[in-house]
Every structure is written in structure tokens, then in C-alpha cells.
Design a protein around this ligand. Structure first.
Ligand SMILES: [Zn+2]
Ligand SMILES: [Zn+2]
Length: 350
């Protein structure tokens, strides 16, 4: 209990976003009360997405003091106008905290609703024990899946699932994934290969090679030692791949991607290099090659359901590294230096 008689909780609190910012573990953060249409969720696990690091370090906009957008927990209280049957249900809290549901963009694809709110961007995120969320926007979690396994699917998995859908491939088509051994990429390798696409995984090092091939990649190219463009052309009858999903936040990866896709091919932008980096392609080349470029962030409710179905079947299994909540600052530093393989998950104090 706090001094004023309000119930309080533990949270990893941010004073202000700035380069190298650290989070403060506080025990005096108020537990919110669910309003109309909202539920109160007690979190068990949260993923720590690389984009949280960008937000906390002030590289992308953040107007709240608690980051995090891959939370899994149970509904422990329902607000007015929410069915009591939701009590004790296990749910996921995603980046898309809410959308307006009534604009012209929502009618097509609510993931880019201009009126959306985002966990850890403009509403408090999942680096805390309790949060409120709109009942109709939380994700129901199948009982077969462990909470710590689900956490990375809520953002990373969903993002790749949707990016692969946007590539509009047919079974047997070639897909190249720069950053394939990373937290995003390794999920993409699994989803795409299960869909019947031939995946060329690009990353570096023996461990990532082994992992990508084990997860279903057709082939692996090491960007440090292989002639990537030459090899991709050789594998694809000289035409290049049908689509490239850049999951690496690397300018070099984006620059190279246009050389890897075939004419009529699709580039899907997912990984985030510095925000003032522009794609290096001229309108002339776009015109003569008939290329498609599309951006992708998270995914729809339907895509989330389909991905969770895949996870239940064992078709996609995130590689996770679980840490105690108290280690959050060390984890963030390692994430910033790309020192952790797979997806980071934090255990929320119970
Ligand atoms: Zn994320
Ligand atoms: Zn909308």
C-alpha cells in the first residue's frame, strides 16, 4: 500500500527517454482501476523488444514512463460493461493497445490506424506488474502455450507473420531474410518455411547458420564471408528472390536488398535503421524493374490468431532467453549491443 492508501506495484520506470537511459525499479507505482470496457491484467512475463530500446534511448517517440509491449498475464478484475467470464482468462498485451475502429484506415487494416495508442509509447507498457487494457483489444492465449513462449509472438512473431503475408508469395517462391538469425528473423524463417517458401537466411556466424538451417531455411549465407548477391543470383536462375524481408536494423542490409530481389519483386521493411536513413533506390529503377516496397509493423487480430494456431501445432517456436525483472538494465544494455540471441523475456515478480 502506498502512503495515500492506494495500492501500488513494482515497475521499471523511466524518468525521460535519452541515449543510455536506465530504468528505475520502483515499488510505488499506482495499480490502475479498469474503467468502462477495460480489464485489469496481472502480468506474468513480458518480452523486451529491440524497439523498446529505441524508445527508451529517445531514438523513436515515447510519451510515457513505462515501456514494454509483449505482455502475458491474467485478467484479475473487469471494469463496467465487461463480461465477468473474462475473469482469470490468460491474455496478451500487444504494441497496439487500442485502435479507433471507426476510421477509413481501420476499415482496411487497423495496424496503421492514425488514432491508435501503443503500449510503451503513449500509454504505460508491460514493464510492470499490473496494467489496464481495453477488453476487446487483448489477445486470448490458447491454454496449450506457455506464457513465456507466447510473449515474443505478440510483437516479433506477429510482425514477421504479417510481413510474410505482405510479400504475397506462392509455395516454392524464394524469400531472403537479412537478419535471419536474430529475434525477428528466426521467427520469420520458421513461419516462411512452414508456408512452403524457400528461405535464404542471411546472417553471420556458425551458431546462427546452424540455427537457421535447423529452423527450416533452405540455405544460409554469411554476410561476412559469402558473396551474398552472387550466391542469391546463382540459386534463383539469375533473377533474384521473389521477396526480401529486411529484419536487420542495418542500412547495409537495406542497400543490398534491392540487388537481391528480382524484377516485380517485393521488399518488406521491418527492421529499423536510424530514422533519417532513406531507401537507396531511384524512381527510375522502381519503374523499370516494377518493384514493390511495403512497410510492415505488427499485424491484425486475425493474423495473431493464425500465428498462435501455428504455435499450438509446434510450427513456430520462439528461441527465448528468460531473465529476472531486476536484471532489466543489464538486459537492455546487452540488447542495445545485439549480444543476446533469440528473444528476451522478463519474468514479472509475482
Ligand atoms: Zn516489438
Ligand atoms: Zn482507426
Amino acid at each position: 500500500m502506498g502512503s495515500a492508501g492506494v495500492e501500488t506495484q513494482i515497475a521499471a520506470w523511466l524518468e525521460a527517454p535519452k541515449p543510455g537511459a536506465r530504468l528505475v525499479i520502483r515499488k510505488d507505482i499506482e495499480i490502475p482501476t479498469p474503467s468502462d470496457g477495460e480489464v485489469l491484467v496481472k502480468l506474468e512475463y513480458t518480452g523486451f523488444c529491440h524497439s523498446d530500446v529505441h524508445s527508451i534511448y529517445g531514438e523513436t517517440p515515447m510519451d510515457t514512463d513505462i515501456a514494454g509491449h509483449e505482455g502475458v498475464g491474467r485478467v484479475i478484475k473487469v471494469g463496467p460493461k465487461v463480461l465477468e467470464t473474462m475473469l482469470n482468462e490468460r491474455v496478451g498485451i500487444r504494441w497496439q493497445y487500442s485502435t479507433c475502429g471507426s476510421c477509413e484506415i481501420c476499415a482496411v487494416n487497423p495496424t496503421v490506424c492514425p488514432n491508435q495508442h501503443n503500449s510503451g509509447r503513449d500509454v504505460r507498457g508491460t514493464f510492470q506488474q499490473y496494467l489496464v487494457a481495453p477488453a476487446k483489444q487483448v489477445t486470448r492465449i490458447p491454454t496449450q502455450l506457455k506464457s513465456e513462449i507466447v510473449a515474443p509472438l505478440l510483437c516479433a512473431g506477429l510482425t514477421l507473420y504479417s510481413a510474410i503475408a505482405k510479400a504475397q508469395l506462392n509455395p516454392g517462391d524464394w524469400l531472403v531474410i537479412p537478419g535471419a538469425g536474430g529475434g525477428l528473423g528466426h521467427l520469420g524463417v520458421q513461419i516462411a518455411s512452414k508456408r512452403g517458401y524457400k528461405v535464404i537466411a542471411i546472417d553471420t556466424g556458425e551458431a546462427k547458420r546452424e540455427m537457421c538451417l535447423k529452423l527450416g531455411a533452405t540455405t544460409f549465407l554469411d554476410f561476412k564471408s559469402d558473396k551474398v548477391e552472387e550466391e542469391v543470383k546463382r540459386l534463383t536462375n539469375g533473377f533474384g528472390v521473389h521477396a526480401c524481408i529486411v529484419t536487420a536494423g542495418s542500412e547495409a542490409a537495406y542497400a543490398e536488398s534491392f540487388k537481391l530481389v528480382r524484377n516485380l519483386g517485393t521488399l518488406v521493411c521491418v527492421g529499423l535503421p536510424r530514422l533519417d536513413f532513406d531507401l537507396p533506390i531511384s524512381p527510375f529503377m522502381m519503374v523499370v524493374r516494377g518493384l514493390h516496397v511495403v512497410g510492415s509493423s505488427v499485424g491484425t487480430d486475425k493474423e495473431m490468431e493464425e500465428l498462435l494456431d501455428m504455435a499450438v501445432k509446434g510450427d513456430v517456436v520462439p528461441q527465448i532467453a528468460v531473465f529476472d525483472f531486476e536484471e532489466i538494465n543489464n538486459v537492455m544494455e546487452k540488447l542495445a549491443r545485439y549480444e543476446i540471441g533469440g528473444r528476451v523475456v522478463l519474468k514479472i515478480p509475482q
